[in-house]
Design a protein around this ligand. Structure first.
Ligand code: SAM
Length: 208
């Protein structure tokens, strides 16, 4: 009986913490990076490649790389002459990813510490962008999506990845509404509500 009560109390505590996190979007602290270093089922690197469709020579932006789970692979996919800019709120995450890049001899990754809602890049800078398990951590998701649309070249694409179990999970329906408000058109989803990548694009011309 005592054990049962303990288990119920633990379950309620976990559910309460998850609810609190959902209602209070914030960046996953570097001290809890074991979440982002674990394998990412469903939202795999191969699936990201298929949806993002990176091409040699492209300049790609990754928002919220964490410890770089996807970064080095994407940097390889845009070679030769392509590059990846990583933008994160936390310097520790950027440093961690850059250490991994140095260890692998990858010189085409550029870190920038900034908030996704105020990006220090000019209009139309990137061919493509992606963010995985990041959107729900941002208190003003609309502002972040508007910034993504601004820094993309006309016709550029953005891929948003989400995985169920993440307390900041953003469902496709809500994501599509927000993206449409930022001027991004939904193209397709790869995966299921359990975990997916959604691909959006910026119109090729302002009137498109
Ligand atoms: C859960 S981690 C995901 C890491 C990585 N994308 C992955 O899937 O392994 C979220 C990352 O987004 C970053 N982040 C959260 N809010 C942000 C914001 N407003 N601007 C920039 N980065 C942010 C966090 O610092 C963290 O590195």
């Amino acid at each position: 009986m005592r054990m049962r009560n303990l288990l119920i109390a633990a379950g309620l505590a976990v559910a309460g913490a998850a609810l609190w996190w959902r209602r209070n979007p914030s960046a996953c602290p570097y001290g809890q990076r074991f979440w982002v270093e674990a394998p990412h089922p469903i939202i795999t690197r191969d699936r990201l490649r298929e949806v993002l469709d990176p091409a040699p020579g492209e300049r790609v932006l990754e928002v919220g790389p964490g410890t770089g789970y996807y970064t080095l692979d994407v940097a390889a996919w845009v070679q030769p002459e392509g590059s990846v800019d990583i933008l994160d709120l936390q310097q520790e995450m950027l440093d961690h990813t850059m250490r991994r890049a140095e260890e692998r001899g990858v010189a085409s990754v550029t870190p920038t510490r900034a908030d996704a809602t105020t990006m220090p890049y000019g209009d139309g800078t990137f061919d493509a962008a992606y963010l995985v398990a990041v959107l729900g951590e941002i208190p003003d998701q609309d502002a972040a999506l508007r910034e993504l649309a601004r820094v993309l070249k006309p016709g550029g694409r953005v891929v948003v990845g989400e995985i169920m179990g993440d307390p900041h999970y953003v469902g496709l329906k809500r994501m599509r509404l927000r993206a449409a408000g930022a001027g991004l058109s939904f193209e397709r989803r790869s995966g299921s509500p359990l975990g997916f990548f959604a691909r959006f694009s910026k119109p090729a011309s302002p009137t498109a």
